[in-house]
Design a protein around this ligand. Structure first.
Ligand code: SAM
Length: 230
């Protein structure tokens, strides 16, 4: 027996690895990941779970959070559109991380950092009110009812999101799944957010992501929701 606190075991149900990486993608991971990776998020690097200063290397600027950036289209687009903001992204899918790094090289943006893993590990080491905006683009839909509790728009994730957002911060959700819209409209207000807008028209600074393109090809209809943290 040990008196040491045991690390919380978390289930991550998504994919970590996909198709074999191309040589160029392996090179992005080998050469660029360390420059953009946030240090101190993992339990190995920060067993005490001390708060991490995400602005290291970014200077004094508002920080925005993107949960599950996928291939990084939106994250890189936002970094280019808003050079005075620091964009922090989380994504455990290695192929997506490699794609993001390739896009960072191509766009030449530097005002972004990433955690190559679960957003809950980032929440653990985030100060209250550290983020001024958050994006959840095409979250995993978990269509079976018994899997709905795995969705991001559930009490545990949303309480932490509320905590790490500043008062008045915007929280944007894009999804093509009607039942995800339903659950978002039910759960997000319960977690201390007010609905500002919802509908089929994207935000003026939106860029369509890989998953949105897939949804459109397959005939599904995008839905965009904007909340404000109370
Ligand atoms: C359906 S994909 C959408 C990707 C991208 N946002 C887009 O619109 O193309 C959902 C992504 O969320 C990521 N994801 C799921 N759970 C996550 C978690 N707990 N923390 C961070 N990312 C997560 C998955 O790995 C996946 O890449």
């Amino acid at each position: 027996m040990t008196d040491q606190p045991q690390p919380e075991r978390r289930n991550f149900y998504g994919r970590i690895h996909g198709k074999t990486l191309r040589q160029s993608q392996k090179a992005y991971l080998a050469e660029d990941l360390e420059a953009y990776r946030l240090v101190g998020i993992t339990r190995e690097e920060n067993a005490a779970r001390a708060p991490v200063d995400f602005s290291v290397g970014l200077g004094e600027r508002p920080l925005w959070l993107e949960v599950g950036f996928g291939g990084g289209e939106h994250m890189v687009h936002m970094a280019a559109e808003y050079p005075d903001v620091g964009i922090i992204g989380c994504e455990p899918f290695v192929n997506g991380i490699a794609m993001l790094l390739g896009k960072i090289r191509a766009a030449g943006v530097t005002n972004l950092r990433l955690h190559p893993g679960d957003v809950r590990d980032l929440f653990d080491v985030s100060d209250d009110g550290v983020f001024a905006k958050a994006f959840l683009n095409y979250p995993d839909p978990w269509p079976k009812s018994r899997h709905h509790r795995r969705r991001f728009v559930t009490a545990g994730y949303l309480a932490e999101l509320n905590r790490v957002l500043q008062q008045g911060a915007e929280f944007r959700v894009a999804t093509d799944i009607p039942d995800y819209v339903r659950q978002t409209l039910e759960e997000v207000p319960k977690a201390g957010f007010e609905l500002v807008h919802q509908g089929g028209e994207a935000w003026p600074d939106w860029i369509s992501t890989r998953y949105e393109q897939k949804a459109l090809r397959e005939g599904r209809v995008p839905h965009y929701l904007t909340f404000r943290r109370l």
